[in-house]
Design a protein around this ligand. Structure first.
Ligand code: ADP
Length: 448
């Protein structure tokens, strides 16, 4: 096994990876910007290297500085975490060129799946159902009109290099097509430096259901069931749960097995997630995430598999320690993403924590780097904590989550805890009756 791993990330996910490493007897190297000098993962790491100023572009995205940090500390592998360089094929290549192991899939898989047009083509080749739409990138209004004719309106224009819900625009009819095309393309260019866009039928009321996959370098692939991430705002996940309240046992088995087989054909290794939209009993592939997901803990809670530990073992060349038959789903799990932001206006709320008290008790897990006196820096993503509950039933989870949210004290900044408390009392959520549109429609109605 590796003796020392460099964790190329920050915040709760860096801490999550640090914890897995320590349980495996592996030393950790934290990298950090000057803004994260006092971060919990930096304090706990065996070694820490400052790699640059606060802005992500000159610190957590600065590849040469990260490679140098690995070199001077003698780390043998790099875990990229979530976001930042986790899906960057050039970084994975650079890590390997320097004789280090990238804890993730091969650069080719990162590259192919990172380009959403290529990913969709591959998905079809390996037997996955996709959302009807353009065959590749759409480069002219004329072409867009033809695609829309075949799929019917409304259509969604999406960025080829997309991520985080950016670069997406809806056209409800032909008159809106030209503006939607240029807006999506401009947004994509600004966000990703790539103006390429493609088109999909805009599904009316789907759920977002994703399958967790884990595969070793010896051809063994196992699926760990689904997560339902339909509670979204601006195409960003707010609450996730596993299993999905919408799927039957048969549907679960079928989509799990279909995905498992497809990933086997792909020759993929590491952890990964295949994302689908689900409507009227049908699944449509939208993308594959070639990394750990923020919401991975709910899968861990219902399967007992430590995904980060397995990911590290796989990167080192070990075989999976279980087969599909060994996987048993136990109970239910829900995760609330807690952000440093105003619960109604969503304005970011960085600053110093005057008080901090995390909830506890049976079935509660808090993945967070917060502590009393810590200052949430203004430079990064606003996710500050993931509150995860596990229970025998969905109902037990709902009660437990309400109890845990009520105990959680994060004093001195605004957080999205009140939003979660509100959502946990909504009859539609309690009944599991919600789609990706639910939260925004609900907020519009409340603002009337
Ligand atoms: P990103 O990589 O930016 O996250 P995705 O393709 O994963 O983009 O889509 C993110 C979210 O956008 C989905 O969870 C869903 O809410 C919405 N979405 C994507 N494609 C469609 C579609 N064809 N119809 C309706 N909603 C969609």
């Amino acid at each position: 096994m590796f003796d020392k791993i460099l964790i190329a990330n920050r915040g709760e996910i860096a801490l999550r990876i640090h914890r897995a490493c320590k349980e495996m007897g592996i030393d950790t190297v934290a990298i950090h910007s000057t803004a994260d000098h006092d971060a919990m993962n930096v304090r706990l790491a065996d070694e820490a290297v400052c790699i640059g100023p606060p802005a992500g572009g000159v610190s957590y995205l600065h590849m040469p500085a990260i490679i140098s940090a690995a070199d001077i500390t003698g780390a043998q592998a790099v875990h990229p975490g979530v976001g930042f360089l986790s899906e960057n094929a050039n970084f994975a290549e650079m890590v390997e060129t320097h004789g280090l192991t990238f804890i993730g899939p091969s650069p080719d898989h990162l590259r192919n799946m990172g380009d959403k047009v290529t990913a969709k083509k591959i998905a079809q080749e390996i037997g996955l159902p996709v959302v009807p739409g353009s065959a590749g990138e759409v480069t002219s209004l004329k072409e867009a009109k033809e695609v829309a004719k075949s799929t019917g309106y409304p259509v969604l224009i999406k960025a080829t290099a997309g991520g985080g819900g950016r670069g997406m625009k809806i056209a409800n009819d032909e008159s809106e097509l030209e503006d939607a095309l240029s807006m999506a393309s401009n947004e994509a260019k600004a966000a990703f430096g790539n103006a390429g866009v493609y088109m999909e039928k805009y599904l009316g009321n789907p759920r977002h259901i994703e399958i967790q996959i884990i595969a070793d370098k010896h051809g063994n692939v196992v699926h760990l069931g689904e997560r339902d991430c339909s509670m979204q705002r601006r195409h960003q996940k707010v609450i996730e749960e596993a299993p999905s309240p919408a799927l039957s046992v048969k549907e679960r088995e079928e989509i799990g097995e279909l995905t498992r087989k497809a990933i086997e054909r792909l020759g993929y290794h590491s952890v990964g997630t295949v994302e689908y939209l689900y409507e009227n009993g049908e699944f449509f592939f939208i993308e594959m995430n070639t990394r750990l997901q923020v919401e991975h803990p709910i899968t861990e809670m219902i399967t007992g598999v430590d995904l980060v530990r397995e990911q590290i073992r796989i990167a080192h060349g070990h075989k999976l320690s279980f087969t599909q038959k060994d996987i048993r789903f136990s109970g239910h799990s829900i995760e609330c993403r807690i952000n440093a932001e105003h619960p109604e206006t969503f304005v970011p709320s960085p600053g110093k924590l005057q008080e901090y008290h995390a909830p506890g008790g049976l079935g509660i897990r808090v993945d967070s780097h917060l502590y009393s006196g810590y200052s949430v820096p203004p430079h990064y993503d606003s996710l500050i904590s993931k509150l995860i509950v596990h229970g025998k039933t969905r109902n037990e989870c709902l009660m437990r989550m309400r109890r845990a949210l009520g105990e959680y004290v994060i004093g001195g900044i605004n957080t999205s805890i009140p939003l979660h408390q509100h959502l946990l009392h909504q009859p539609d959520f309690i009944n599991g009756d919600y789609s990706i549109k639910w939260l925004e429609t609900h907020m519009e109605e409340n603002n009337k």
